[in-house]
Design a protein around this ligand. Structure first.
Ligand SMILES: NC(=O)c1ccc[n+]([C@@H]2O[C@H](COP(=O)([O-])OP(=O)(O)OC[C@H]3O[C@@H](n4cnc5c(N)ncnc54)[C@H](O)[C@@H]3O)[C@@H](O)[C@H]2O)c1
Length: 362
């Protein structure tokens, strides 16, 4: 393998194109192949890559070409499991967009199938790589707030965008909102808290969004607001506050962790604001002491996507793992656990009960 990592991108819609734009600004990386079943997506992507980049509409042709060192899987959630089963034949490095699969059972199936896979399998949990979020995580792990007791994450944003063939309007395709979108936040909870979930209780509904839409005579069935509480083995409590009819919120995400000696908080600016700076603020319980750090993202990096620079930093870490033969920073197990917590929250709402994680036999 040369020093330049050659990527093959499978699925070149919104997220596949964001990956390409970020790879384009990394020196030792290039996109050599793109595979997408949709002509419009292939056309849109042509303007983002070099003329020499090969285009495919069939996964088997991409696999046979054998020209990439690493594949990004950025197709709709429900397609992941079949694509993953096929891609395991290649023995190339894999960066799989979240959610790993739409169900915990499919994640477990993939975990089993890939147990002897010798290359990197990395789940695309990019919130970990957002600079202000990363800063907060590092501070919590340095015990700046003492022993963490509570973590709350709020996402108040606009509704789901329109996707190719409207796949994201139905839970059967996405896993449900609390899997599809919120696996990011459950992953952050496990990472910040450094413990495994024990039980999940949630309240939520589809109250406002997509109720007037129809696809082949069916109305979308995706939750647009929820509170989800997750209790962890080490006694820490996590809370997710999700609202997807909150356009024009001051911040898209807010994260607050409270420990026995202090509280740390930060936010992620909404991508529409173009704002590139966040404060990470720490308030100590004693003596009225506060500390604040400004965390900035370079404007070129910010402009290469909708996720506050995180896709860029995710690729730097992915490439670093490939080149140093080191384990993935976001493992398949991390991907699986984030889906399992999301699925538990969906079940909790549907069945109006507490869901114990042991029910998933993880
Ligand atoms: N990490 C993040 O924050 C983030 C953000 C957005 C989307 N995503 C994830 O990325 C994935 C793609 O989402 P999106 O927003 O780009 O959707 P999208 O609909 O914009 O794009 C999906 C693309 O995949 C193509 N496709 C479908 N089936 C295919 C197949 N079998 N082989 C090849 N191409 C195929 C479609 O034609 C389309 O171009 C999803 O898993 C989604 O959850 C992650």
């Amino acid at each position: 393998m040369s020093d330049t990592i050659k990527y093959g991108v499978i699925g070149a819609g919104v997220m596949g194109q964001e990956h390409i734009q970020n790879i384009n600004i990394i020196e030792n990386a290039e996109v050599v192949a793109v595979c997408d079943t949709n002509e419009r997506s292939r056309k849109q992507t042509k303007s983002l890559v070099k003329e020499s980049t090969k285009f495919y509409n069939d996964l088997n042709e991409l696999i046979s070409s054998n020209i990439a060192d690493a594949y990004i899987i950025a197709t709709p959630n429900f397609t992941h499991i079949n694509i993953l089963e096929q891609i395991l034949k290649t023995n190339k490095h894999l960066l799989i967009e979240k959610p790993l699969c739409t169900t915990t059972d499919d994640c477990k199936k993939f975990e089993l199938l890939s147990k002897d896979y010798s290359k990197i399998i990395w789940t695309g949990m990019e919130y970990r790589f957002m600079p202000p979020v990363k800063h907060l995580i590092d501070e919590v792990h340095k015990n700046i707030i003492g022993k963490i007791r509570m973590l709350s994450i709020r996402e108040h944003r606009f509704p789901f965008l329109q996707k190719v063939d409207d796949w994201n309007r139905f839970s059967i395709n996405t896993g449900g909102t609390l899997v599809e979108k919120c696996c990011h936040f459950f992953d952050l909870m496990r990472l910040v808290i450094q413990s495994e979930p024990v039980k999940v209780y949630a309240s939520g509904n589809q109250d406002v969004n997509h109720l007037m839409e129809q696809y082949d005579g069916k109305t979308p069935d995706i939750i647009d607001n929820a509170f989800v509480i997750v209790d962890f083995e080490n006694g820490v409590r996590g809370l997710l506050d999700l609202c997807m009819f909150a356009e024009n919120s001051e911040h898209q995400e807010e994260i607050v962790a409270v420990g026995d000696i202090g509280k740390i908080e930060t936010f992620v600016p909404s991508s529409a604001s173009g704002e590139n700076s966040s404060n990470v603020r720490i308030g100590f319980r004693k003596d009225n002491v506060t500390k604040s750090n400004e965390v900035k993202v370079d404007k070129e990096i910010l402009a290469a996507g909708y996720h506050h620079g995180s896709t860029y930093f995710e690729h730097l870490a992915f490439i670093n793992a490939i080149q140093n033969n080191s384990p993935p920073q976001v493992s398949l197990r991390d991907g699986l656990m984030s889906v399992a917590i999301g699925e538990a929250a969906e079940i909790s709402i549907k069945e109006n009960r507490v869901v114990f994680m042991e029910e998933f036999k993880l």
